[in-house]
Ligand binder design. Sequence first.
Ligand SMILES: [Zn+2]
Length: 485
Amino acid sequence: MTTAAPVKTQYEAIIGLETHCQLSTNTKIFCNCSTEFGATPNQNVCPICTGMPGVLPVLNQKVLEYAVKAGLALNCEIAPFSKFDRKQYFYPDLPKNYQISQYDLPIAEHGWLEIELVDDADNPIRKRIGITRLHMEEDAGKLVHAGSDRLSGSTYSLVDYNRTGVALVEIVSEPDLRSGQEAAEYAQELRRIMRYLGVSDGNMQEGSLRCDVNISMRPVGREQFGTKVEIKNMNSFSAIQRAIEYEIERQVAALEAGEKIAQETRLWEEGSQRTVSMRSKEGSSDYRYFPEPDLTPIQVSAAQLEQWKGELPELPAAKRHRYESELGLSAYDARVLTDDRLVAEYFEAAIALQASPKQIANWVMGDIAAYLNTEKVSITQIALKPLILAELISLIEDGTISGKIAKEILPELLVQGGSAKELVAKKGLVQISDTSELEKIIDEVIAASPKELEQYRSGKTKLLGFFVGQVMKKTNGRADPKVTN
Ligand SMILES: [Zn+2]
C-alpha cells in the first residue's frame, strides 16, 4: 500500500483597506480655523475645534462638495439624506472626547474603483475593487512624544490641536484585494482620483493619505473568512505592499504550524521590515454612536448633485482606456501619462496641435520627464509649452532637423521657451537633405579615407556605417541620415 504525499493547503489573502484622506479645504470642517500644514503648534485653534462648552459647529459647504465629488468619482450612490454622529472615545488628542463622524447614514455607499496591473507579457489586468462606503469626519489632534515615536517608551507627550477638526473622508473598501501589489495599486489609484478631483493633495508624508489594512488568510475554496489582523503605520505605497507580503507569510507559517491567528492590531516597522503586535482587538469597540444634535441632517438636492457631477474631470481610468483605444498607446504609456493630471493635460494640449501621439508621448515620458525629475519642477513650470513641443516634433517629421538635433536643443527650449523653428534657423541646424550638397560632402569623405574605401570595395560592406558617421561628423549631425544612406 502506498500513501500519497500530503497535499499542501493553498491559502489566499483577503484584504480590505480603510483610507483616511484629508480634504484640501482652506478651513476646517466645522469652524473657520486654517488647515495650513506645519504651522506653530496650537496656532490654528478656536473654541469650536477645541470643544469648548456652548459652541456650535457649522458644516463647511466645501467639505460636502468634495465628499460628494469623491463619492461620485468612486461610482458610489450619493445619499440624498445623511447625518453626522458622535463617536465617543477618550484620548488626549480629542478635546471633545468624541469625534464627529458618520455612522449608519454615510454620504456615499456601494461604489467601486478599477485597479490596473500588468502581467508578465505587459498586458493590462483590470480589476474592480468594491467601495463599501465613504463618509465625512473630523480629524483628531496630534500627539508629539518625547524620546519615542509612540506613547510607550516616551518620557512625556505634548498635544498639538492644529489638526483637530481638519476635514477627512474615510473610504472603506470591500475585502476584494488579494495581494500586497493589488493593495498598493488600489491606494495609488485612490490618490490619483483625489488629486484629479483636486479635493486632496494625497501627501502621505504629511499624513494627508493614511491607510489601514485588514488582512486574513483562508484556504482556497473556503467561503468563511479567517481571523482578521489590522496593520497600521504604513506611510508609503511600497510599505503597504511589503507589510502585506510580510503578514501573509507570517500568517501562513502560523496556520501551517497549527497556531491560531490572534485578532489584533499590528504596526509596520520600517526599520526591521516586519509587523509587530500593538494591541489585541477583541470584538469591536463600543463607541456608543448617537446622532450629533448640534448639526442639521445633510440633504443633497438632485439639482446640486447634477451640478457637481457636471464638474467632475475625466478620471484616470477613463483616460487610460481612451489613450489606448483612441490614440493607440500601449497600456504602459497610458498609465505613465495619466498618473499626474497636469502631465496628461500637457500631453493632450500637445496632441491637439500635432498628429503623432506616440511621438509626443515619447518626448513627455523621456527627456521631459527626466528634466522634471532632476529639476524637481512640475510640467506647468517649464518654458517648453505644448505648442513648442508640437512645433519641435513637426520639424523632425518634415525633415527640417534630425531627432538628434532636436534632443540637443531641447534643454534650451525647456529653460527659455520661444520658437523651436527660430532657434533651429538661428543656430543653423537645418538638416541637409539636398542630394547635390550631400553628394559633395560624401565625395570628400570618400576621398579622405582611401584605406576604408579599398576594404569596402573588397566586400567589407559593414563599413557603410563608418562613412555615414564621417558625413555626420563633417556636417555636425545635420546630414539627413536617410538620404545619406
Ligand atoms: Zn477652530
